[in-house]
Structure formats: structure tokens, C-alpha cells
Design a protein around this ligand. Structure first.
Ligand code: 5GP
Length: 111
């Protein structure tokens, strides 16, 4: 499968579609899920193009992976979820329930 430059999250990254932004730095963009499954439901996406978590883990270099997870941690702290609790999910592939083929984490919390 090839990365599709016209997927929804690619368009959000290009500012072609609006999003309800929660956090942004040089590595990631995070915004509210349009169809929330918990009191808080945000998506965290790398700014670089990866189809899914497997593509990210196989092809992102160590420095980028480390920066990505560091940004995820910043979001957890910013939203004061560190001690309250949260879920992180990544869907991979059609059988894993993935609908948008730009790697993303779901961050959910009922706090
Ligand atoms: P997946 O099943 O691919 O892991 O999840 C894709 C998620 O993206 C879904 O939870 C869906 O609600 C969300 N989503 C789909 N289109 C949009 C959109 O245009 N804007 C936002 N903010 N979320 C979207």
C-alpha cells in the first residue's frame, strides 16, 4: 500500500480541512476526534507521512520516533492526564479497524 497524499489527515496537515487543535509542535499535530468515543478523545499524528503504526515503527528513524513519543508525553502532561489516567490506541489495517491511513494514536480519557 502506498501513502495517499489526499487522506483526511494529510489534508488537515496541509490546512485544507480544519481541525480543533489541541497541541502542535515540529513533530506532531493533535486535535479532537470528530466522533468522540470518550469524554476526551483526541488524535495524535506525526507530521511525517506514515501509513500506520507498523510503517512508523519500521521506517521512522530512532530520533524521529523518540521525538514523537516525547511529544505524546507533552500532550499527556498538558491535558493533566498523567495521574488521572487514559487509554492510547492505534488501529492498524482494515482488519484492525483503521479508516484513515495516516498513522495516528487515539488518546482517550473519561476524566
Ligand atoms: P481509525 O479508525 O482510522 O483509527 O480512526 C480514524 C478516526 O478519525 C475516527 O475516530 C474518526 O472519528 C476520526 N476522523 C475521521 N475524519 C475526521 C475529520 O475530518 N476530522 C477529525 N477531527 N477526525 C476525523
Amino acid at each position: 500500500m502506498k501513502y495517499d497524499n489526499e487522506n483526511i489527515f494529510a489534508k488537515i496537515l496541509k490546512d485544507e480541512i480544519p481541525c480543533d487543535k489541541v497541541f502542535e509542535d515540529e513533530h506532531v499535530l493533535s486535535f479532537k476526534d470528530i466522533n468522540p468515543q470518550a469524554k476526551l478523545h483526541i488524535l495524535i499524528i506525526p507530521k511525517k507521512k506514515f501509513i500506520d503504526i507498523a510503517d512508523f515503527l519500521e521506517n521512522a528513524d530512532e530520533e524521529y520516533q523518540s521525538s514523537f513519543w516525547s511529544s505524546v508525553n507533552k500532550i499527556i502532561i498538558k491535558l493533566e492526564l498523567r495521574d488521572k489516567g487514559f487509554q492510547i490506541k492505534a488501529h492498524k489495517g482494515k482488519d484492525g479497524g483503521q479508516e484513515v491511513f495516516h498513522f495516528h494514536l487515539h488518546l482517550l480519557s473519561n476524566s
